[in-house]
Design a protein around this ligand. Structure first.
Ligand code: SAH
Length: 349
């Protein structure tokens, strides 16, 4: 007899391997009641591993310059209207100081692939942060670099690296990126980061142009292979002056479904409630946490630069320029039975 859809969810929650057909059913055919069943299971699993504490990461957007031309991204090189800025080492250290005062124990440095912020520059900045904060976690998200560069970042004191694979399907990848970028190279980078001992994050947008459920299935299989410590997913959102500016955004419900599926498949993974989801719907953070997410990344970039890191339109931020805003975050989490966990939030095996 054929397994019911609830049985398939239960098998996933029990850690059984699912067939392709079963995955496709979960991705494509659950009704509202089954999705709710899945969500509750995923929330239970997240709580059983991480409790009701939500890890916070101080997000620094260090540059809006980028040499790449990803078709979806608002800060792609050919966007003449994009506003550009880059933070200096001193400004970054100032942001870290403020984040430290607010209680953060993890700094995330994310930016476009800015040729000025080259490998040597990154090494120098990481060393300076490491010297000032010996105990804190330093996370980089500065794109595709050589294996030597990644090794040097690690040596300088970086602990974690975020690099979404974006899509596992090569043809879909080429619909989202110009031909000089390759999904193969991105995967190579991820394998290198893992080998070097970085806590590694990958992930993909949900509802990016041309994406199908088969692609999401391939993404899940790739993540099984990679075994990342973090998985970042959020809806695709259109960005003005990009080839996809008139494309419709990804769906919040699908993003929530994916969060729950990933939580059940990767019970220990660090799974952020992303800014993209919070931009798409005002209760996106709460919905993500209730579906298995356990990380939020408040923005500590200088306020006057923040709107310039416009990878998509109307980007929201969980601002953290003041203790008052951290209290607001705490209040929102309390309202759904959670609280901020200020620990480093390392991956737990
Ligand atoms: N240059 C770095 C950081 C990129 S920004 C890197 O390549 O890793 C982080 C993530 O934002 C990207 O990996 C992408 O998945 C997501 N992103 C970019 N443009 C977006 C858009 N228009 N809508 C939703 N997410 C987007």
């Amino acid at each position: 007899m054929e397994k019911s859809r609830i049985d398939i969810i239960n098998h996933l929650a029990d850690g059984d391997t699912l067939s392709r057909d079963e995955w496709m059913i979960l991705l494509s055919s659950l009704d509202d009641g089954e999705r709710e069943y899945l969500r509750v299971k995923a929330q239970e699993v997240a709580v059983s591993h991480y409790g009701k504490g939500i890890f916070v990461r101080a997000l620094l957007e260090i540059s809006s310059y980028c040499k790449n031309n990803c078709y979806y991204c608002g800060i792609r090189a050919s966007n003449r209207d994009a506003q550009r800025y880059r933070l200096s080492k001193e400004e970054i250290l100032e942001c870290c100081k403020e984040a430290d005062a607010l209680g953060f124990n993890t700094f995330v440095l994310q930016g476009g692939e800015d040729p000025v912020q080259n490998d040597a520059w990154v090494v120098d900045v990481v060393k300076a942060i490491r010297a000032a904060y010996p105990e804190k976690a330093i996370t980089l998200s500065v794109g595709e670099r050589s294996a030597e560069a990644y090794a040097a970042f690690k040596e300088a004191g970086a602990n974690r690296f975020l690099l979404r694979h974006e899509t596992r399907n090569d043809e879909h990848y080429s619909q989202l990126h110009p031909s000089m970028m390759s999904s193969e190279n991105r995967r190579q980078c991820l394998m290198t980061l893992k080998r070097l001992g970085f806590q590694t994050g990958s992930g993909m947008m949900i509802g990016s142009p041309g994406q199908t459920d088969e692609h999401l299935y391939e993404d899940i299989r790739f993540l099984e292979e990679l075994q990342p410590q973090m998985i970042g997913i959020g809806p695709f959102l259109p960005a003005t002056n990009t080839p996809f500016e008139n494309h419709s955004p990804g769906s919040a419900d699908k993003t929530i479904l994916m969060l729950s599926l990933l939580r059940l498949r990767f019970p220990n993974v660090l799974l952020p409630a992303t800014t993209a989801l919070a931009t798409l719907c005002s209760n996106g953070m709460e919905r993500a946490i209730s579906a298995g997410a356990n990380v939020v990344m408040p923005n500590v970039s200088p306020v006057e630069q923040r709107k310039k890191y416009s990878i998509y339109d109307n980007k929201k931020s969980t601002g953290a320029e003041s203790a008052q805003q951290m209290q607001q975050l705490e209040n929102r989490l309390n309202a759904i039975g959670y609280h901020i966990d200020y620990g480093r939030g390392d991956y737990r095996n």
